[in-house]
Design a protein around this ligand. Structure first.
Ligand code: 13P
Ligand code: SF4
Length: 300
């Protein structure tokens, strides 16, 4: 299957991008694995004709927003994101109408239609920088309330939150963390900003997925409790073979991130099945919000 995929990648002049939560065999055939920010940058810059996105729907949509003339394939159309589905443009518009005019910062884990009515996007890697860059003391942040509360704790700005969350991260409780700390004494606890505030209060480091990989590499510690989706254990161990990684809880599994198989990737490359395309009237305003974020992150 791997050889078949390699041949098809060449034939289609394709690139395979995979999120850090994807199954090991998918990460192993990818041209680039990364967090949402790294994958968006690559999607904007590649000269490949076809982008096979191994992740969830909003990630493929973002690639299509940035590279409208390329064919973007999501090998499993049903790989969605429960948090992205927690907000719709109508609801956001109602919230905006109730408040005085202010910027709307939307997490990339959202649909293109929601991005289209937002001022700027952010990812878990750059949320604080994005919010600090805005020339406003008050703003709306959607859809993740946990990321918004974490960002608010790192700035002096007033942030209006939307009541969305990632079920995979929100599931982690302080009790789970206490148990893990008891089981692995001395291990460093790394948490993703999608976790609840009471969990983040227990963390030694709060990072995006790729931020955790870098942190573990640079840290002098040898063992880590990982407060994010369990798929991250694979690239963590790959990048740090001599270190030890333990899930904060095995409940932290995102089923949507596990849907794509090697067979799906091969089928999609063969038949160009699973194309994700954003209509121009939504893509153009959504592009503005995503590009503003990239301009800011790349200039740093
Ligand atoms: P990052 O890899 O950008 O930290 O995102 C985490 C996530 O939940 C993606 O679905
Ligand atoms: Fe969405 Fe959470 Fe799954 Fe990421 S881990 S795709 S935010 S539900």
């Amino acid at each position: 299957m791997q050889t078949k995929i390699k041949t098809l990648v060449k034939k289609r002049r394709a690139i395979i991008l995979a999120h850090n939560y994807q199954p090991p065999e998918i990460q192993d055939i990818a041209d680039l694995c990364g967090d949402s920010l790294e994958l968006s940058i690559k999607a904007a810059r590649t000269d490949a004709e076809v982008i096979v996105f191994c992740g969830v729907h909003f990630m493929a949509e973002t690639a299509s927003i940035l590279s409208p003339h390329k064919t973007v394939l999501l090998p499993r159309k049903d790989a969605g994101c429960l948090m992205a589905d927690m907000i719709e443009p109508v609801g956001l518009q109602i919230m905006m109408d109730k408040l005085p005019p202010m910027p709307v910062v939307t997490y990339v884990n959202s649909t293109a239609a929601v991005k289209a009515i937002s001022t700027i996007c952010c990812t878990s890697a750059n949320a604080v920088d994005i919010v600090n860059s805005l020339d406003a003391d008050e703003l709306i942040m959607t859809p993740d309330k946990n990321l918004a509360l974490y960002t608010a704790s790192q700035t002096n700005k007033k942030i209006h939150t939307w009541d969305g969350y990632c079920p995979t991260h929100d599931r982690l409780t302080p009790e789970d963390v206490y148990h893990a700390k008891q089981a692995y004494p001395g291990a460093v606890f790394m948490a993703h900003p999608e976790c609840r505030p009471e969990v983040l209060a227990l963390a030694d480091a709060i990072r995006s997925t790729s931020g955790m990989i870098r942190y573990a590499k640079e840290s002098e510690s040898a063992s880590f409790i990982v407060g994010t989706e369990v798929g991250l254990l694979y690239p963590l161990k790959k990048a740090n073979p001599d270190k030890f990684f333990y899930p904060a809880s095995t409940k932290m599994l995102c089923k949507n991130m596990k849907k794509i198989s090697l067979e799906d990737v091969a089928r999609s490359l063969e038949s160009l099945e699973g194309e994700v395309k954003v209509p121009e009237n939504i893509r153009r305003p959504a592009f503005r919000a995503v590009q503003r974020m990239l301009d800011l992150s790349l200039s740093k």
